[in-house]
Design a protein around this ligand. Structure first.
Ligand code: ADP
Ligand code: MG
Length: 487
C-alpha cells in the first residue's frame, strides 16, 4: 500500500475501541478442577468437562471470580451483585462443546474507566462498556505439510476476562498505551501474568474512520488477537491508511474481521463479522447464577492497593521526571522499594537516582528483579548515608562498594569498606599536602585558578580525588581547593 499524502490523512479521524482478553492466573480452570497453566505436554490438563463428554457437569471457580472482581473494582467498575453465564454458540475444532461459556445478558462488571500515561507522560483515559468472564478455547496445531490438524485442550476452559472499551480513542498510540496500562494493572493486582508473547494478554482492535467533525460512527474492521503493544500500534496505523484509501477511492468499507500479519506489516481479511444473533446466546443451564454478598464485596474492596496511575501522579508531584515515574511504576515491587527508601532518605530525587541508577543497572546486568536484590532498603540507606557523610564518594560507592556488598550482603558495611581499604579518612593536613602536590604538578592551571577562573575547581578536585583513590571526603577537598584559590 502506498503511503497517502498527509493532507489527505488529515481529513479523517480514526475511531478505536478495544476488546482486551486477560488470562486469569488461577490454579484450576474456570468451570473444571484440572490445572490451568503450564502443562507437561499436550492434552495433559483435560477432563470430561474439557472434552465435553455428555452429562459432565461444570462448576464455577470462585478463585476466578475473585480475580475478575478485583480487576473490576480497581478500574472503578460497577460490580453486579448477581450475574450469570450464557452459552455462545460457534464451531471451533478446539472447543468440543460447540459453545463457549461467557457472559452476555448480565456481565459481572459494568462501566469503569482506565487512565493511562502516554509515552510522553500525559495522562489520558478511556471509559469501559463492561467486563465479562469467559473461558478460553483449546489450541489447533497445524503443521506444515501434514494433512491433518492436531487439537490440544490444555487451554480449553482457562479463565479469561474480556474488557470491552467504548469506541473513544483516536490514536493508535493511545491503544498501545492502554494495553501497557492493562498489563501493569493485571500484574499489580496479581490477577494474571500479562505475558503478551504467550497470548495471556491480547486484544481485538476495532477501528473505523470518519471525516473530521462528523460525530456518527463509521463501519469498523476488527483486527483479531493482537498480542504485542507494538503490533497494536502498527496494525491500527496500517488499517487507518487502508480505510482512508478505500473511502478516497469511493469504495465502501465492509464490516469484517481481519488479522494482523507482522511479517508483512499488513492486515488481511478473514471473514465477515458475525452478528450477535448468529451466536444464539442463551443462559447457561448447567451453572447457577453468581451472588456476591455485601460482606464479601467489602472485604475485596478493602484489599485493593494503590493503583499504578495514582503512584505515577504521586511521583510526579514529588518532583520526579516522567521517565523516572514511569520506570518506578513498571513493577510494583520496585515502586514499593522506592517508597520505603524515600521514607528514610527524605529526598525523592536522591532515592530515585540511586534506585534507577546503580541499583537498576546491577539488576539489569545480573538479570534479577528487585525482589532478588541482595541489599535490603536499610542497607541501601546506610550506603547513601555514608556517602552523604563523606566517608567515600558516590562514584566509589557505585564502582566499588555496591558490587562488593551485593556479593556478601550479610557483612556489615564497615567490613566491606575496610576490605576495600576505604576506611581511615585522610586527615585535613594530609588533604592539604596532597592538594599542594597536585597544584605543583599543574602550575599553569593553578595560576589560572588563582586569577579567578573558578571553573578549574572541578579539575583540581578530580586530580586530588585520583591521588586519594576516592577515600577523601569530596566536600573537604572542595573546601581546601576553594580556600587555596581565595588565599
Ligand atoms: P461486538 O460485540 O459485536 O464485537 P460491540 O458493539 O460490543 O460489538 O463492540 C465491540 C468493540 O468494538 C468495542 O470495544 C467498541 O468500542 C468497538 N467499536 C464498536 N463500534 C465501533 C466503530 N464504529 N468504530 C470503532 N470501534 C468500534
Ligand atoms: Mg467482538
Amino acid at each position: 500500500m502506498k503511503k497517502l499524502p498527509s493532507e489527505i490523512l488529515a481529513k479523517y479521524e480514526a475511531v478505536i475501541g478495544l476488546e482486551i482478553h486477560v488470562q486469569l492466573s488461577t490454579q484450576s480452570k474456570m468451570f473444571a478442577t484440572e490445572a490451568a497453566g503450564l502443562a507437561p505436554g499436550p492434552n495433559r490438563h483435560v477432563s470430561l468437562i474439557a472434552m465435553a463428554h455428555p452429562g459432565a457437569l461444570p462448576s464455577i471457580n470462585l478463585g476466578g471470580v475473585e480475580k475478575a472482581v478485583r480487576f473490576g473494582m480497581a478500574i472503578h467498575g460497577e460490580i453486579a451483585q448477581t450475574c450469570y453465564f450464557d452459552r455462545k454458540h460457534y464451531f471451533y475444532p478446539d472447543s468440543p462443546k460447540g459453545y463457549q461459556m461467557t457472559q452476555d445478558g448480565k456481565p459481572y462488571c459494568m462501566g469503569g474507566r482506565i487512565e493511562f500515561p502516554m509515552p510522553d507522560g500525559e495522562i489520558r483515559g478511556i471509559d469501559l462498556h463492561h467486563i465479562h468472564i469467559e473461558e478460553d478455547a483449546g489450541k489447533s496445531l497445524h503443521q506444515a505439510g501434514k494433512p491433518y490438524t492436531q487439537v490440544d485442550l490444555n487451554r480449553a476452559g482457562t479463565p479469561l476476562i474480556e474488557i470491552v472499551t467504548l469506541p473513544t480513542l483516536h490514536e493508535p498510540e493511545e491503544a498501545g498505551a492502554l494495553m501497557a496500562e492493562v498489563r501493569r494493572l493485571v500484574r499489580y493486582l496479581d490477577v494474571g501474568d500479562g505475558d503478551m508473547e504467550k497470548g495471556n494478554l491480547r486484544c481485538d482492535a476495532n477501528i473505523s474512520i470518519r471525516p473530521k467533525g462528523v460525530k456518527t460512527l463509521g463501519t469498523r474492521a476488527e483486527i483479531k488477537n493482537v498480542n504485542s503493544i507494538n503490533f497494536v500500534i502498527r496494525a491500527l496505523k496500517y488499517e487507518f491508511q487502508r480505510q482512508v484509501q478505500l473511502v478516497e477511492a469511493g469504495e465502501e468499507i465492509v464490516q469484517e474481521t481481519r488479522t494482523w500479519d507482522a511479517q508483512a506489516g499488513k492486515t488481511f481479511g478473514m471473514r465477515d463479522k458475525e452478528n450477535a444473533h448468529d451466536y444464539r446466546y442463551f443462559p447457561e443451564p448447567d451453572l447457577l447464577p453468581i451472588h456476591l454478598s455485601e460482606a464479601w464485596m467489602s472485604a475485596r474492596k478493602a484489599e485493593l492497593l494503590e493503583l499504578p496511575i495514582d503512584r505515577y501522579r504521586r511521583y510526579l508531584e514529588a518532583g520526579l521526571s516522567v521517565n523516572e515515574s514511569l520506570a518506578l511504576i513498571e513493577q510494583i515491587q520496585l515502586s514499593a522499594y522506592f517508597d520505603q527508601l524515600v521514607e528514610q532518605v527524605d529526598s525523592s530525587k536522591t532515592a530515585a537516582n540511586w534506585l534507577l541508577g546503580p541499583v537498576k543497572a546491577f539488576l539489569n546486568q545480573s538479570g534479577q528483579s528487585i525482589e532478588q536484590f541482595p541489599l535490603g532498603v536499610d542497607q541501601l540507606v546506610e550506603l547513601i548515608t555514608w556517602v552523604k557523610k563523606g566517608q567515600f564518594s558516590r562514584q566509589v560507592a557505585i564502582a566499588q562498594v555496591l558490587p562488593a556488598w551485593v556479593e556478601s550482603p550479610s557483612a556489615p558495611l564497615e567490613r566491606i569498606a575496610q576490605q576495600l581499604d576505604l576506611l581511615g579518612k585522610p586527615e585535613a593536613d594530609e588533604i592539604g599536602k596532597i592538594l599542594q602536590e597536585v597544584l605543583d604538578a599543574f602550575p599553569k592551571e593553578a595560576n589560572r585558578l588563582k586569577q579567578g577562573e573558578m571553573k578549574l575547581i572541578g579539575f583540581f578536585i578530580g586530580q586530588a580525588n585520583k591521588k586519594f583513590k576516592g577515600k577523601a571526603d569530596p566536600k573537604a577537598i572542595k573546601t581546601a581547593v576553594m580556600e587555596w584559590a581565595k588565599s
